[in-house]
Design a protein around this ligand. Structure first.
Ligand code: ADP
Length: 437
C-alpha cells in the first residue's frame, strides 16, 4: 500500500480512537466516535469544495492548499497540468514551425474539403493561383481556377497524373496541378511552377518545327531534279542506280520532315476540338481499301466494324492514327500473315484496334515504343521505310482526343494496338443522330 494511504488510515483510526476515548470519559463512546467521524467528513468536504471552486475558475488560479491525502492529490493534479502545458507549448511551437516551413515552400498547397472547397492554402499557392486567404475560404476550387483542362482533370476524378495549365492572370507562367487524398477525407491540391520546363520544351519544339520547315523547300527542289534525271532518256546508265538510291533517300527525308512537322503541330497545338463528329468507320474503310490497293504484300486484311458511332475530334489526326497503325501492321507482318482492323463501342467508350500476326515486340520494349525514334530493330525498321515517329504521332494524336494507346504483343505471334476513346468523345452515327432529332 502506498505510504500516503497507510498514513491516512492510521491518522483516521487515531482520530476515531481519540473520539472513542473522549466519549468513554463522558460515558458515550458512540457519540465520541460519531463526532470524530463528522470532523473527518467536514475536513474532506472542505477540500472537495476548494477543489471544485478551483476547477470552476478554469484551472487558472493557484491550486488550493491542502494537507495529508489532499496535499498529495493537489500535487498530482499540478504535475498533470504542468505536463499538459508543456505538450501545448511544444504543439504550438511545432504548428508555428510547420506554418513557417509551408510559407518557405516554393510549391503551393491548398487543402480542400471532399467537395473541393478551399480550407487553407500556403503563401506559394496564393501567389501562383492568385487566391485570397479569407475571401476564397469555403469557395469551390473550380470556381476559382476555371481553366477547362483543370476542370476536366477534376471531373475525371484526378485519375490523370496532373493538369498543366497557364497560371491565372496572364503572368506567362505555367503550373502543374495535382490533387491527392489528404487527412481523413480531405484533398490536397499541389501546385508547381513548371514554366522553365515548359519553355525549354517549347523552344525544342519550335526549333524542330522551324528546322523541318526550312528543310522542306531544298528537299522538294532536290527530289524534283532527281525525278527529272531518272526520267531523262539521255541520262548515263552508270548513274541511274545511284540516282535511284538518292531519290529513295530524299523521299525518306521528306517523310521524316513531314512526320516531324506533324508531331510538333500535335505537341504544341490545342486539344482536338469536340465540335465535329468524324466518321471513323469510313476512315477505316478508306485506309484498308488504299492499303489493299497499294501494298505489294498480299497479307489478308480484315475489317471488323461493330459500331457506327463517330468520334468527336479532328479528322486529320484520326486519319494519322489509322494510317500509322495500319502501315506498321503491314510492314511488320509477313506476306502470309493477317491483319484485323476493328471498331467497337461499349460503356467504357470506343475501341479502335489494329491486330496483326506479325513479328511481335519483346515485352520490355513495349513501354518505349511511343518515344520518338525508338525502334525495336533499328536496321530493319529503316529498311522498311519507317521514320521512327509513327507511334509518337499516334500517342500525341490520341492525347488530343483524351484517348489512350494500349499495346499487347508477343514476339513471333503478333501485336495488337488499341486506341481507347472515352464515352464523351463519341457521337451517334449520322442516321441515328438524325432520327433522334
Ligand atoms: P517506325 O516508323 O520505325 O515503324 P513507329 O514509331 O511507327 O516507327 O514504330 C516504332 C517501332 O515499333 C518500330 O520500329 C517497330 O520496331 C515497332 N513496331 C511498331 N508497330 C509494330 C508492329 N505492328 N509489329 C511489330 N513491331 C512494331
Amino acid at each position: 500500500m502506498p505510504s500516503i494511504w497507510y498514513r491516512t488510515l492510521v491518522q483516521h483510526s487515531l482520530i476515531l480512537a481519540a473520539g472513542a476515548l473522549v466519549g468513554w470519559l463522558y460515558d458515550g463512546i458512540l457519540w465520541g466516535v460519531l463526532f470524530a467521524a463528522l470532523g473527518l467528513l467536514a475536513w474532506h468536504l472542505y477540500h472537495l469544495f476548494t477543489l471544485e471552486r478551483w476547477l470552476a475558475t478554469g484551472e487558472h488560479g493557484p491550486l488550493p492548499d491542502g494537507n495529508g491525502l489532499w496535499a498529495q492529490l493537489f500535487a498530482r493534479i499540478e504535475a498533470v497540468n504542468q505536463r499538459r502545458r508543456e505538450y501545448r507549448r511544444s504543439w504550438t511551437r511545432l504548428a508555428k514551425e510547420f506554418r513557417r516551413s509551408t510559407k518557405a515552400f516554393p510549391d503551393g498547397g491548398v487543402i480542400l474539403t471532399p467537395n473541393l472547397e478551399v480550407v487553407r492554402s500556403n503563401k506559394a499557392a496564393r501567389d501562383l493561383l492568385g487566391l485570397k486567404k479569407k475571401r476564397d475560404r469555403g469557395t469551390r476550387i473550380d470556381n476559382l481556377i476555371r481553366h477547362p483542362d483543370f476542370v476536366r482533370y477534376l471531373e475525371q476524378g484526378t485519375s490523370k497524373e496532373s493538369a498543366e495549365i497557364p497560371a491565372p492572370g496572364n503572368s506567362g507562367r505555367w503550373l502543374s496541378c495535382r490533387v491527392m487524398p489528404y487527412g481523413v477525407d480531405q484533398k490536397l491540391l499541389l501546385v508547381r511552377d513548371i514554366s522553365d520546363s515548359v519553355n525549354i520544351a517549347r523552344a525544342r519544339r519550335d526549333f524542330v518545327a522551324n528546322a523541318s520547315h526550312e528543310l522542306r523547300t531544298p528537299l522538294t527542289v532536290m527530289t524534283g531534279y532527281l525525278d527529272m534525271m531518272a526520267a531523262a532518256p539521255e541520262f548515263p546508265q552508270a548513274w541511274r542506280g545511284p540516282v535511284a538510291e538518292m531519290g529513295e533517300q530524299a523521299a525518306r527525308m521528306e517523310r521524316l520532315v513531314q512526320d516531324l512537322l506533324l508531331l510538333s503541330k500535335l505537341e504544341s497545338g490545342p486539344p482536338g476540338s469536340r465540335d465535329k463528329a468524324v466518321d471513323i468507320v469510313s476512315i477505316l474503310a478508306d485506309s484498308v481499301r488504299d492499303v489493299r490497293a497499294l501494298t505489294e504484300r498480299p497479307q489478308h486484311i480484315e475489317l471488323d466494324i461493330g459500331s457506327d458511332a463517330r468520334i468527336l475530334g479532328e479528322k486529320s489526326d484520326l486519319q494519322s492514327i489509322v494510317e500509322n497503325l495500319l502501315s506498321n501492321a503491314v510492314r511488320y507482318t509477313p506476306a502470309d500473315g493477317s491483319i484485323t482492323v476493328s471498331w467497337q463501342t461499349d460503356d467504357t467508350g470506343g475501341h479502335l484496334c489494329v491486330a496483326d500476326t506479325g513479328i511481335g515486340i519483346p515485352a520490355d520494349e513495349v513501354p518505349r515504343l511511343t518515344e520518338r525514334f525508338y525502334r525495336t530493330d533499328a536496321g530493319r525498321a529503316r529498311q522498311q521505310g519507317g521514320t521512327g515517329l509513327g507511334l509518337a504521332i499516334v500517342k500525341h494524336a490520341l492525347i488530343h482526343h483524351d484517348g489512350e494507346l494500349e499495346i499487347i504483343s508477343k514476339p513471333g505471334e503478333g501485336s495488337r494496338f488499341c486506341c481507347h476513346f472515352p464515352p464523351d468523345r463519341l457521337a451517334p452515327a449520322v442516321s441515328a443522330a438524325g432520327l433522334a432529332q
